[in-house]
Design a protein around this ligand. Structure first.
Ligand code: DGY
Length: 335
């Protein structure tokens, strides 16, 4: 008999869901708004796997609703703050995510935000479209240069490295702050205070955890240059948005480029950051290319199929076992 797998979307890019449906009975959340924890729990009874996206709530109640059959929670995302990892560990459930496959695409978008925020692309395009370009004036839309600037990366994993490689094409000096990453050919490791003081652009590449929540708040923003730009493609909760809003409104920070927010999705209740002229905002599209989103789904499906076939998961979260029921950190992670 086929095992049951819950997916939090009826449609996903690429052929991954077809492969999953060939091997398992797939039950999908049918809604068009973000599912709440109870919505997913109501569908979970007896499932062996859950395929969720980076924003979907995966908590202990869902795991209990699934029962002892649940062996794997597979995220089609790199970020994993939406999963109660302690609850999964207690129940011996494997939790996987999708590193590597999205690093280059997310680095491309990081650079899009850097360029757009420092060169005031949003204002310029909106004014052109509104019909207000009457005269070429030398002082309109003056931005700040990217070439030759210093880029500070907070978090220097796969995405941070991919951003650093691009920065060298722009002739930038690159610094990073990451306790796990020494100097390399691309970047110099520095303390957080040095990075904040010396960087023209600070870009965030850390997961959201208890340690990184509001890592950038009023104190860190005050330590940045008033000509600096803050960019985030990681998770909204890493930045204290209230403090950021004050800093840009008061001219203590030149600009910001944000793909992620503390509250997602926003619907019609927009964050005040969206209307700020010096803040470029996007609806969490860091990995949104056809090829990358399909690769994420494929990897997420492979992780489920491997665990259900009693093979180790390909890309378990750091600290998660690769095989159900084994103590955390003892099984062979290939991430
Ligand atoms: C990720 O992979 O974490 C992206 O932010 C999409 O959720």
């Amino acid at each position: 008999m086929k095992k049951r797998v819950l997916t939090t979307r009826e449609n996903l890019p690429g052929r991954g869901l077809d492969r999953l449906s060939g091997a398992a009975d797939v039950v999908a959340w049918p809604g068009t708004a973000k599912p709440g924890p109870a919505d997913l729990a109501a569908l979970a009874s007896g499932v062996s796997g859950v395929l969720a996206l980076g924003n979907d709530p995966v908590d202990g109640a869902l795991m209990d609703a699934a029962g002892p059959s649940l062996r794997v929670i597979s995220l089609a995302s790199m970020g994993f703050d939406n999963v109660d990892r302690a609850a999964a560990a207690e129940r011996g459930i494997v939790v996987t995510h999708t590193p590597r496959v999205l690093a280059e695409t997310t680095a491309d978008l990081t650079f899009t935000l850097i360029l757009a925020a420092r060169r005031r692309i949003g204002d310029a395009e909106a004014n052109l479209a509104a019909g207000s370009w009457e005269l070429f004036r030398m002082h309109d839309y003056l931005g700040l240069d990217i070439h030759g600037a210093t880029l500070g990366l907070i978090g220097y994993g796969q995405i941070g490295h991919a951003v650093a490689r691009r920065a060298h094409g722009f002739g930038m000096r690159v610094l990073h702050h990451d306790p796990y990453a020494p100097d390399d050919d691309l970047s110099v490791s520095v303390g957080l205070a040095t990075l904040l003081a010396e960087s023209d652009i600070v870009s965030l590449h850390v997961p959201l955890t208890e340690e990184t929540r509001h890592l950038i708040s009023a104190r860190e923003l005050a330590a940045m240059k008033p000509t600096a730009t803050l960019v985030s493609t990681s998770r909204g909760g890493v930045v204290d948005e209230e403090a950021l809003l004050h800093a840009v409104r008061e001219g203590r920070l030149h600009s910001a480029g944000l793909d992620v927010f503390e509250r997602e999705p926003m619907g019609t209740e927009l964050s005040p950051l969206v209307a700020e002229p010096h803040v470029v905002t996007l609806p969490h599209i860091g990995s949104a290319t056809e090829a990358t989103r399909a690769a994420m789904v494929d990897l997420a499906v492979d992780n489920i199929l491997d665990v259900l076939a009693e093979r180790p998961a390909r890309t378990p979260l750091p600290g998660s076992p690769a095989v159900p029921g084994t103590p955390a950190g003892t099984a062979g992670a290939r991430a």
